[in-house]
Design a protein around this ligand. Sequence first.
Ligand code: GDP
Ligand code: GDP
Length: 437
Amino acid sequence: MLPLVALVGRPNVGKSTLFNALTRSRDALVHDQPGVTRDRHYGVCRPEGQRPFMVVDTGGIAGEGEGLAGATTRQARAAAEEADLVLFVVDGREGASALDDEILAWLRKSARPTLLVVNKTDGLDVQAAIGEFARYGIGEVHATSSAHRQGIDTLIDRVLAKLPEEGTAEALDEDPNRIRVAFIGRPNVGKSTLVNRLLGEERMIASDVPGTTRDSVAIDMERDGRLYRLIDTAGLRRKSKVEEAVEKFSIVKTLQAIEQCQVAVVMLDAGEGVTDQDASVLGYALDAGRALVVAVNKWDGQTDYQRQQAEALLVRKLAFVEWAEAVRISAKHGSGLRELFAAIHRAHASATREFGTSEVTKAMEIAYESNPPPVVRGHVAKLRFCHPAGTNPPTFVVHGTRLRTLSDSYKRYLENFFRKRFKLVGTPVRFVFKEGT
Ligand code: GDP
Ligand code: GDP
């Protein structure tokens, strides 16, 4: 499970700047794709080689509004109260204010583990800036300049040190023969209808996975002789009327489900196209590098004309994940499910395929020779060799010289070349460029 870290602080101290510094992928190819919108309040920090954690900017949730009432609304408080760690962000330039004192008093009451982050310390005497807040008596204080990405990596180290150990009881065994699938999407697209249908058909062999908590229910299922684990289907089954009424779209649960699955099935409502919230869910799956299948649901309710409109819209709006298969289904009538599961299998097979160094180096050489990168200011990048560095998503490390001159479009060309050559569908593909021979 992803631990949850909440950013708390009065407006303007730099919470959203810090949020971006923590959660933005430094790979522009992954992050800055047109068509992806992201919820700016929730994100995942993925420190290289270390444990990822979820970040929620509670100030962002609170929206505008003055004073503590506005700055920490109920929702922000709830997020902070659930958090494994609170980062109390203050402004090193302005020093402590009355509003900071109020937030501090509330944090003391909530008794969550807290780390004080003195931000905007660029160009300041850091010790003096920190000293301003000494009377707060919060043991650990950390100085950052979020705007300049200073102190961020050490902050991440400190956060990781303070987060609870990964629960072994919750850890799900990873049976290589069982595909971990999560059905995600905004409310009302038909997730529970689909899962109930799948489990209804397979009632006899579906079983809750022991050791999962209420928040992370996994259900094992067999279908056409293949094994699956449906991830985080909590709330998808046996919803009471009351639960249904209070249950709202939970980004936290969506992020958890994405984290635990191998294949994310993002469900859309054919009648509503691709909304911002849909694009946001897709963006999170993309950031996590998960294999992806788009299930366009409620296809039954559409006239031919509406279907044509929907097809055109999907092509346009899903251009940023054009490698993902979009399957038309009706959860209600059970149509399209064979195609859906075939697509899940293709995505899973591509995402987990093992590569050898010689075949990927060969692919890189052919790509390079048939279309060398352009000369940039008298220099041209040389690609020397390539080796595989992981699956789900397939990751390739390219070694060479002057790699910094490679344009995004050249990187995309390489990616597409590899996709074609190795017939990779339904999975993102990552390239890492390493200077040196
Ligand atoms: P929030 O309201 O707490 O989310 O604050 P923002 O992230 O929107 O930042 C408020 C202002 O402070 C913006 O103009 C930022 O550019 C600026 N800011 C944020 N971090 C830093 C920093 O580390 N140093 C300086 N000098 N300015 C910063
Ligand atoms: P969830 O919030 O994503 O779990 O969505 P639900 O499964 O609760 O479905 C929301 C509504 O859409 C319900 O009224 C369903 O009956 C309806 N619905 C779900 N799947 C289909 C479908 O394939 N076709 C049609 N016409 N309606 C559907």
